[in-house]
Design a protein around this ligand. Structure first.
Ligand SMILES: CC(C)(COP(=O)(O)OP(=O)(O)OC[C@H]1O[C@@H](n2cnc3c(N)ncnc32)[C@H](O)[C@@H]1OP(=O)(O)O)[C@@H](O)C(=O)NCCC(=O)NCCS
Length: 176
């Protein structure tokens, strides 16, 4: 297994400006363009962690709560939360900033999973993640549960496969 790495070693910040070509008829950034930015920022982070080519395996739900208007600056921050065998979970936070008005808001967050692959596209082992801060440690712990839920949704895991999923699906529903 490659040497374990800290979260900060692959921390990625990407900045974009919303131009007319990126917007919908209401002059706000199109959702698909934002997802593209999130995918790129997340992939760069996963590449830095693994030093490999990576492919996007899944994107957890993305909610578009606040629109990002034309002319605003979009900042995307990507951090790895945990690596498993060949896959890595990365969280991407999105901020929208109106620089002349001095206003900056967080608009979105999503968890993306990337898989490191060799030149033939075959999955390849990645370094473990070492969480340092309290927040990194919390996200590291929660990443396992998120992974199980997403593999369940992808039809790659059964609810009875792990004790944690059994608790989520059977013990909770039995107590309602
Ligand atoms: C992702 C991909 C490499 C997985 O290949 P595979 O043959 O299923 O390989 P494996 O079963 O060995 O799985 C490899 C890893 O992918 C993870 N994975 C597969 N499907 C997943 C999904 N839907 N969500 C999250 N992780 C997933 C597995 O859990 C495994 O992780 P682990 O090694 O850390 O346990 C393959 O499906 C692929 O190349 N997909 C297309 C990727 C792509 O083109 N992305 C851009 C989309 S536009």
């Amino acid at each position: 297994m490659p040497k374990a790495k800290y979260v900060r070693e692959s921390h990625t910040v990407m900045t974009e400006m919303v131009f007319p070509n990126d917007t919908n008829p209401l002059s706000n950034l199109m959702g698909g363009n934002l997802m593209r930015f999130m995918d790129i920022a997340g992939a760069i982070c996963a590449q830095k962690h693994s030093n490999r080519i990576v492919v996007t395996a899944s994107v957890d739900n993305v909610s578009f709560v606040n629109p990002i208007p034309l002319g605003n600056v979009v900042t995307l921050e990507a951090r790895i939360t945990r690596a498993f065998n060949t896959s890595m979970e990365v969280v991407v936070d999105v901020f929208s900033e109106n620089i002349p008005a001095g206003v900056k808001n967080k608009t979105n967050q999503a968890f993306l999973t990337f898989v490191a692959v060799d030149q033939s596209g075959r999955p390849i082992e990645v370094s473990e993640v070492i969480p340092e801060t309290e927040e990194e440690k919390i996200q590291y712990e929660k990443a396992l549960h998120r992974r199980q839920l997403r593999l369940l949704m992808a039809g790659r895991l059964n609810p009875t496969d792990t004790e944690e999923l059994k608790k989520t699906f059977f013990e909770h529903s039995a107590s309602i």
